[in-house]
Design a protein. Structure first.
Lengths: 244, 366
């Protein structure tokens, strides 16, 4: 479904992603770990088409190279980004944004039901993300993404700042959607708890803009928890390790 | 039975031509809808009507009828505004007309009064309006002003004096809908007695040649003055707005909020000023988005503390549309133009109590 070939992402000052390759299949959720500043968010933004980076390499979606497509065009074909730090916008109600995401003016009963399930009904007529807590922002973010009926979900720490009860709901809804729709997802996380509710068989660690380890996500999380990211570089499943 | 209303419009039964009727409607005013209405075209009053139901609660009439009825309105006429203040007040010393509104003591008018001032064929008009909300009363007034597109170099001068009685409330919404060549000089003053509230919502969403106004509110003990202004600078418009609030009584509160969007060659100046001479509180907030390199927005907030118990603040933020807001909306599938339009309408959509739904819809369209 999504293929990334030799992806390099740079700012004026730094090369952040250094020649990444990735293949993501329908129904697959890939978990990406990595220390702060390793390039996880940049990777997702580059795939989503956020400008302000110099991007080289190919981003191929269902056979088409979309690496030059603008962000809104990628969103329309179903490549959508859940932001790590969702933007606050004064004067526009969450309801309006959800209607835009859903592609129609009146929210359907099913959509209202999902909003209620994510405990966001009372936020519908509030300005987008303004004075929302961290967890409320993440719940609003998941609603937007799911209403867009994406093909590829780019989830940048959907679990950060979220209480355990909300985490279960968010993760279950992501899993439900992926299972039913056959969409693919890249999940960036620092937490292990979300992996209890999401079926992700594939994990990797991003260090200095390169994948350093490929392993079952829970095992990676266990390794990181016990030994830190340094262990990932030495891991037998690491590209670095194989080379040595 | 009311005559002249058909599909929300005003027919010539009420004294308006079809063209004038359309102009009235363009301001969102429907003279037969409210509790009472006043329509003034060029240099003469065309409508001053009061729904029978509200007799004894409120009066609405032409200023000359009021001057006659109340023997010169000695306590009100030219009491807040100096007739010799400037060349424009001098023009209105003998006004062409204007509305007189009086809400009787302890009466609450739940349905708004509506007024519309039109420049149609005459080059100039000079008005003098007086609004009195007696002790404990409450009123909402919707006022629209417009000029015919074919009229060149029109001048509108309007002196308005508002008297908010003890514990009374006036909620005044004014929508300006002029044309590219009209010069507009509203001269407004408001006296607010103890516990009274004056709320002004001013919206100018169409281009005008030159609008300059500096409404001045005088607040007594525990009273409130709130000015909300939404401006959309278009074409070559020059808009200079300078509300001033004097907090003269302990416990008084003043707020000046403005939102401005500028495009093309427009220029907007917002000069809110709050003077605290008592144990009072005031805040000025000016925000603006400049969409054109040829437009100019100048914000000049001024706070002046003359009492140790005063609490005054101001904040101003002007600039371009935040890129992260644009990208966020574009990441949801909107193209740049649609995302910009949504941000602009959201930016202008500040809370304005008493503003009718149609005005909010109009803002949303921008």
């Amino acid at each position: 479904m999504l293929t990334i070939k030799n992806l390099t992402v740079s700012t004026e000052a730094n090369k952040i992603i250094r020649g990444l390759n990735l293949e993501l299949k329908s129904g697959e959720i890939m978990t990406v770990f990595g220390p702060n500043g390793s390039g996880k968010s940049t990777l997702l933004k580059a795939i989503a088409g956020i400008p302000n980076y110099t991007v080289k390499g190919e981003v191929i979606f269902n056979g088409k190279d979309i690496s030059k497509w603008p962000i809104e065009k990628r969103a329309k074909i179903g490549i959508v980004l859940g932001f790590q730090q969702p933007t606050e916008i004064t004067g526009i109600r969450l309801r309006k944004l959800l209607e835009i995401c859903a592609g129609h003016e009146e929210l359907t009963e099913d959509e209202k039901h999902l909003i209620a399930k994510l405990k966001m009904t009372e936020f519908l007529d509030r300005d987008i993300n303004v004075h929302f807590s961290g967890g409320e922002k993440k719940r609003a973010e998941i609603l937007q993404l799911l209403f867009m009926k994406p093909k590829v979900l780019l989830l940048d720490e959907p679990d950060s700042g979220v209480d355990i009860e909300s985490l279960k709901i968010i993760a279950s809804e992501i899993q439900n959607y992926v299972s039913k729709s056959g969409a693919a997802a890249i999940l960036v996380t620092h937490q292990g708890a979300i992996l209890d509710y999401i079926k992700s068989d594939r994990g990797c660690v991003l260090i200095n803009g390169k994948f350093a380890c490929h392993e079952e996500p829970k095992k990676i999380f266990e390794l990181i928890t016990k030994q830190g990211y340094g262990a990932c570089i030495k891991c037998e499943h690491s590209e670095h390790g194989k080379r040595n | 039975m009311e005559k002249g209303i058909s599909g929300g419009g005003v027919s010539k039964d009420l004294g308006l031509s079809k063209e004038q009727s359309e102009m009235v409607q363009s301001c969102g005013i429907e003279p037969a809808r409210g509790s009472g209405s006043y329509v003034f075209v060029d240099n003469k009053k065309v409508i001053d009507r009061l729904n029978e139901k509200y007799k004894g609660i409120v009066e609405i009439m032409d200023i000359y009828d009021a001057l006659k009825k109340y023997k010169g309105l000695k306590e009100y006429y030219w009491k807040l505004v100096d007739p010799n203040k400037n060349e424009f007040t001098k023009m209105a010393i003998k006004p062409d007309g204007g509305y007189f509104i009086r809400v009787f003591k302890n009466q609450c008018l739940e349905i708004p009064l509506e007024s519309c001032i039109i420049l149609h064929k005459e080059k100039q008009q000079h008005l003098h309006n007086i609004v009195i909300a007696e002790e404990g009363s409450s009123v909402t007034i919707m006022s629209g002003c417009t000029a015919h597109n074919s009229l060149l170099d029109g001048l509108h001068v309007g002196v308005s004096e508002f008297f908010v009685g003890k514990n009374a409330t006036i909620n005044f919404t004014m929508v300006h809908n002029w044309n590219d060549t009209t010069t507009v000089r509203p001269i407004t003053a408001i006296k607010i007695e103890e516990g009274g509230t004056y709320i002004s919502n001013y919206l100018c969403m169409k281009s005008a040649k030159d609008i300059k106004t500096a409404p001045h509110a005088f607040c007594s003990k525990n009273s409130r003055a709130i000015f909300n202004t939404v401006l959309y600078g278009k074409k070559n418009s020059l808009i200079d707005i300078g509300e001033e609030i004097e907090l003269n009584g302990d416990g008084s509160v003043g707020e000046i909020n403005s939102r401005a969007i500028l495009e093309a060659n427009s220029k907007i100046i917002t000069r809110g000023k709050i003077v605290g001479s008592s144990k009072s509180k005031g805040h000025i907030e000016c925000r603006g988005i400049v969409l054109s390199d040829k437009a100019e927005l100048r914000s000049i907030p001024e706070i002046d503390a003359k009492n140790s118990g005063v609490d005054l603040s101001h904040e101003a933020a002007i600039g371009k549309i935040a890129e992260k807001e644009l990208l966020y909306l574009m990441s949801r599938g909107l193209d740049k133009d649609k995302a910009t339009s949504l941000i602009v309408s959201g930016f202008l959509n500040m809370p304005m109590p008493g503003v009718p739904e149609w005005v909010k819809v109009e803002i949303g369209r921008k």
